[in-house]
Design a binder for this molecule. Structure first.
Ligand code: NAI
Length: 422
């Protein structure tokens, strides 16, 4: 592919920059909380002289995060964290603004890792990751850089799981802030964001009617709960599959049918995995599905559907429309969306800007926290203090013009005492 290249960028097509600029403007309008952080950063410059290397989905919302970090005085280097999630217009607009950016939608593996290498070569003091590929590359192939790194920030559940595995194996060598674990991130992003945007991705790819369909959600964690809830809202009959007793129990009491995947495959019309696990829907399941079944994934990596095997055993495969591949398997058609990559980002635009506003307040404030606590954080997975979460929730409420009550002095005293009873 012919890429547009400059000394600080490699993107698909610079002529898309005008559309990207419009999209960035629209995102700003819906990211009031992050814009407040940007305003303060511009005044206080808490990131002055700090080099930040990022592997995040290159979307309009990430563009606003980049601008916020730049306003705070940082020097920012960015590439994508998934081969199908880069918004080419936004990448072009950022490159035009002078941002150091490398990425395009549909990257091959070689380019994906070449771009990560460019970010690493900038010798970042802080890494921001969505899925842990950047941190993993630094630890595996550039360990000498680690002594200059203050901390990293991780955006998603899968990344946290990988980091915890690294920490357990004593392989993790610098502090990693679990931005994903902020209450504001988990609730707004994983639940509301993934819930809505995964549905959006499936709709844009297929234009199917949800009402009356049997929609199978594999994994009833934060994302799965949002997805099941939204699918029900559109009139689908939702079935949940789980491997965890408690999550399965909650799905049941939330009013969903819970069953084994082996049973769900016989009745499902649309499937979406959100487990963070591997080979959840396998060829053995696909063979039992109805003719025309739709398969998608919204978990971080493209391994939740066993596509590696499907590609070998299917009778045929062809692209029937963008982000929709038809496989013929034992005479039946099944359709896979977005090549099994997170459907909300591959077939749609990811989370709405308002959602990413709270997630990225978490990233921006985590960078500031990291700089303030340089050398004081333990090597391992670190949680941000609850006050930062509370600040983010407050900023988001303010951005929406919502006011809440304050406890009276009497109420505060009462909450702090134990003597007063019946
Ligand atoms: P979570 O840990 O809260 O939930 C995952 C659930 O999947 C758990 O309840 C677990 O018991 C279940 N599970 C594991 N293996 C299973 C199997 N074989 N069959 C059925 N259920 C199984 O994780 P969360 O926060 O919901 O994230 C899920 C995935 O989504 C992760 O990969 C995360 O990185 C990704 N994610 C994707 C986003 C997107 O924009 N598409 C946004 C946020 C997270």
């Amino acid at each position: 592919m012919n890429m547009a290249k400059g000394d600080h960028y490699e993107v698909k097509d610079m002529s898309l920059a005008a559309q990207g600029k419009n999209n960035l403007e629209l995102a700003e309008l819906n990211m009031g909380a992050l814009m407040e952080v940007k305003k303060r950063f511009k005044k206080e410059k808490p990131l002055k002289g700090v080099r930040i290397g990022m592997a995040l989905h290159v979307t309009k919302e990430t563009g606003i995060l980049v601008r916020t970090l730049l306003a705070g005085g940082a020097d920012v280097y960015i590439t994508g964290c998934n081969p199908l999630s880069t918004q080419d217009d936004v990448a072009a607009a950022l490159a035009k603004e002078g941002v150091k950016v490398w990425g395009y939608k549909g990257e091959n593996n070689e380019d994906y890792y070449r771009y990560i290498k460019y970010v690493i070569e900038a010798k970042p003091h802080i890494t921001i990751d969505d899925g842990c590929d950047l941190v993993s590359e630094i630890h595996k192939n550039h360990p000498k850089l680690i002594k200059g790194i203050i901390c990293g920030c991780e955006e998603t559940t899968t990344g946290i799981i990988r980091l915890q595995a690294m920490a357990k194996a004593k392989a993790l060598k610098y502090p990693m802030i679990a931005v994903n674990d902020n209450k504001t991130k988990h609730l707004v992003d994983n639940f509301y964001g993934t819930g809505q945007s995964s549905i959006d991705g499936i709709l844009r790819a297929t234009n199917l009617l949800y009402a009356g369909k049997t929609f199978v959600v594999c994994g009833y964690g934060s994302c799965g709960k949002g997805l099941a809830d939204r699918a029900r809202g559109l009139g689908a009959n939702v079935v949940v599959t789980e491997v965890d007793n408690f999550c399965a129990l909650q799905a049941h009491y939330d009013g969903f049918r819970v069953m084994k995947l082996a049973d769900a495959v016989k009745i499902g019309d649309i499937f979406c995995t959100v487990t963070g696990n591997k080979h959840v829907i396998r060829v053995e399941h696909m063979k039992k599905m109805k003719n025309g079944a739709i398969l998608s994934n919204s978990g971080h990596f493209d391994i939740e559907l066993e596509l590696s095997r499907l590609n070998k055993v299917a009778d045929s495969k062809r692209r029937v429309r963008p982000f929709m591949d038809e496989y013929v398997l034992k005479g039946k058609k099944i359709f896979v969306l977005g090549e099994g990559r997170l459907v909300n980002l591959s077939a749609a635009e990811g989370h709405p800007s308002e959602v990413m506003s709270t997630s990225f307040c978490g990233q921006a404030l985590a960078c500031e926290y990291g700089v303030k606590n340089k050398g004081k954080m333990p090597v391992g997975v670190v949680q941000l203090p609850g006050e930062i979460d509370d600040t983010i929730a407050g900023l988001q409420l303010k951005a929406m013009g919502i006011e809440i009550d304050e406890m009276t002095a009497e109420q505060k005293r009462y909450m702090d005492t134990w003597e007063e009873g019946t």
